[in-house]
Design a protein around this ligand. Structure first.
Ligand code: ADP
Length: 191
């Protein structure tokens, strides 16, 4: 299996690039943000629980997120691999993912980190608010909070994969196509 973690701060372009990678490599795209938004829209219990955290730009608690992700992975029959987008976002999530994949006799192939500086991220998210209608994109204070949460809780997850020699940094500035090409070459060098 080819299992990719697409990593990077809010607004780095993970969703956009995931679309292209799933097509080329035949992978299943699991975006925890998208799954939470699906639950929000359908007003499920999980959606109601997640909403308070998401609206503030906080992380949904690990236990909730991990159980949801596990269900999504185990639902797939004979997958060729996964792109994890927005997960793992904490060290406990990274450990849980390792354990889950081990049970399936597989592991993470590579973590690709899209690197974009903070000013550019803020500009992208503010722009995205116009088309996405996402409450957490519309408010500069909540954007700042998400970036702070990223720096504090999520950025360290990189070290977890770097220690296994699985982290690759990808320059996330440039045209969408040029970034896709960088990701393709990185993946092809690890397959
Ligand atoms: P972003 O564009 O900020 O990266 P996402 O669409 O990935 O946003 O996620 C939106 C929100 O969903 C996050 O701010 C957080 O509240 C929640 N969320 C998504 N993934 C996770 C996760 N792995 N752990 C905890 N909360 C998550």
């Amino acid at each position: 299996m080819l299992n990719i973690v697409l990593f990077g701060p809010p607004g780095a372009g993970k969703g956009t690039q995931s679309e292209r990678l799933i097509e080329r490599y035949g992978l299943i795209h699991l975006s925890t943000g998208d799954i939470f938004r699906y639950h929000l829209k359908n007003e499920t219990e999980l959606g109601k629980l997640a909403q308070t955290f998401m609206d503030q730009g906080h992380l949904v608690p690990d236990e909730v997120t991990i159980n949801m992700l596990k269900d999504e992975v185990l639902k797939q029959s004979d997958p060729k691999g996964f792109i994890f987008d927005g997960f793992p976002r904490t060290n406990p999530q990274a450990h849980a993912l390792d354990t889950l994949l081990k049970e399936l006799n597989t592991s993470i192939t590579v973590m690709l980190g899209l690197e974009v500086e903070e000013e550019e991220l803020k500009a992208r998210l503010t722009n995205r608010a116009i088309s996405s209608g996402r409450a957490d994109d519309a408010d500069p204070e909540i954007i700042a909070n998400r970036i702070a949460v990223y720096n504090r809780e999520t950025a360290p997850v990189k070290e977890f994969y770097a220690a296994q020699d699985k982290y690759m940094a990808i320059d996330g500035i440039g045209t969408i196509d040029s970034i896709t090409e960088r990701l393709y070459s990185a993946i092809d060098s690890r397959k």
